[in-house]
Design a protein around this ligand. Structure first.
Ligand SMILES: Cc1ncc(COP(=O)(O)O)c(C=O)c1O
Length: 406
């Protein structure tokens, strides 16, 4: 495997094996420099920047991001993160008593909570449908999901790449099926930008929310909300401000989301620098996004090989790039019990405290998984370090379990 020796492009703390880009993806130095430059321009003359310049700069950054995710700037608005975008959709989407919002059992906990609360408020039902245990057949998955659609289903919420098992869901087939049944779709996509090609116009969903501070490695506090023109009338801002352009140009739907009081726009303005960073990668035989995706996926496949050999437990998806990309979760043996207290599983705490390895141990549907995320600063040594730490810790846990059952 060709080595992108890119750890020096990040400010990661020496001695830490960081395998959790999927939760919090740090930005590389050129992106941080771009953000700092925007921030200094703002600080040098705030009145001029906010009132005369910011709108045009934001429009240019939005246009660049839109092209990157396969749509037009017109259809996007910057938001702080995917959670923010999801709240906008949930707050405005028309729901009445007896209506249903359908989600998969892979959805992120906070996203489920957003929709559950909104449904409770109006007397609608939030329905969670289980997907097949093992994924690998698109038709089977779509059939199982749509078996839960009823005449009252108004909206389907589905992740592009799921958080706990970290698998890619077939969102194109899902959107096609939803359109045939007249059900609106909101895609939760914070793990998708840069990790996979999105093609928003082709996807034809109603809403798509994402964070750019995950795989795209833009600064923390940068995300977007896509709204299909047919769905614009369904949303409203959660923060109400002037709702108008300061430049006097004709009004557009995103004016409501442009100015939310005074805030730092530099994370949004540095998004093009993050796109440049990935698109200009030169790793010899592969370049740009392909170089990033190939590198990350090869490392995840190495992790798959090593961890599956160690645990003897197969991952939930086949060894096929249609189902996983830059991260994947690996099921742990049953003797790794559910944590009894605290937010971190004892295995996760031990990985950090004894080995300085950052990787989440995920509790999902009664099973424990280790989720491994790989970016350009990771290499095969990181995977070997994780595997040998897991080997030692699992051996200890297994021995403890045996002693406890004697
Ligand atoms: C699938 C999924 N949805 C939503 C979110 C929320 O993203 P953010 O915290 O950037 O809003 C996450 C965060 O990890 C996630 O994994």
């Amino acid at each position: 495997m060709a080595i992108p020796p890119l750890r020096d492009d990040w400010n990661l703390r020496p001695g830490v094996t960081y395998l959790n880009h999927g939760s919090f993806g740090p930005a590389p130095k050129p992106v941080l420099a771009a953000r700092q430059e925007w921030f200094e321009r703002l600080e040098a003359e705030p009145m001029d920047f906010y009132v005369r310049q910011m709108e045009d700069h934001l429009a240019a950054a939005r246009e660049r991001l839109a092209a990157f995710v396969g749509t037009r700037g017109d259809h996007l608005t910057f938001v702080d993160n995917a959670t923010f975008g999801m709240n906008i959709v949930a707050a405005g989407f028309p729901l009445a008593a007896g209506d249903e919002v359908l989600a998969t059992n892979h959805e992120y906990g906070a996203v489920q909570r957003i929709w559950r609360k909104r449904c409770e408020k109006v007397g609608a039902r939030f329905v969670v449908q289980r997907l097949p245990e093992r994924l690998g057949d698109v038709d089977e998955l779509v059939e199982m999901l749509f078996a839960a659609v009823t005449p009252r289903t108004r909206l389907l919420g589905v992740s592009h790449i799921t958080s706990p098992p970290a698998v890619i869901l077939p969102v194109h087939a899902t959107c096609r099926a939803a359109r045939q049944r007249g059900v609106a779709v909101c895609i939760d996509g914070p793990h998708a930008p840069a990790a996979v090609s999105i093609g928003l116009d082709r996807l034809d969903c109603d809403f798509y929310v994402a964070s750019c501070h995950k795989w795209l490695s833009a600064p923390f506090g940068s995300g977007f909300l896509y709204v299909h023109p047919r769905a614009r009338r369904h949303i409203e801002p959660v923060i109400v401000s002037w709702g108008a352009s300061l430049s006097g140009r004709p009004a557009t739907w995103h004016d409501e989301y442009l100015w939310m009081g005074t805030r730092d726009p530099s994370p949004f303005l540095a998004v093009p620098a993050a796109i440049d960073f990935l698109e200009r990668l030169d790793c010899g035989s592969t370049r740009g996004l392909d170089a990033f995706r190939n590198w990350s996926q090869e490392l995840v496949r190495l992790a798959r090989d090593r961890i599956t050999r160690l645990t003897g437990v197969e991952p939930l998806v086949p060894d096929d790039p249609a189902w996983f990309g830059t991260m994947l979760s690996f099921p742990l043996p049953d003797f790794v019990l559910e944590a009894s207290e605290g937010i971190f599983h004892p295995l996760q705490s031990a990985l950090w405290e004894r080995f300085q390895i950052e990787t989440p141990i995920v509790n999902w549907h009664g099973r424990r998984f280790v989720r491994v995320s790989c970016h350009l600063y990771n290499d095969a040594d990181d995977i070997e370090r994780l595997t040998s730490a897991l080997e030692e810790l699992l051996r200890e846990m297994s021995a403890e379990k045996t002693r406890g059952t004697r």
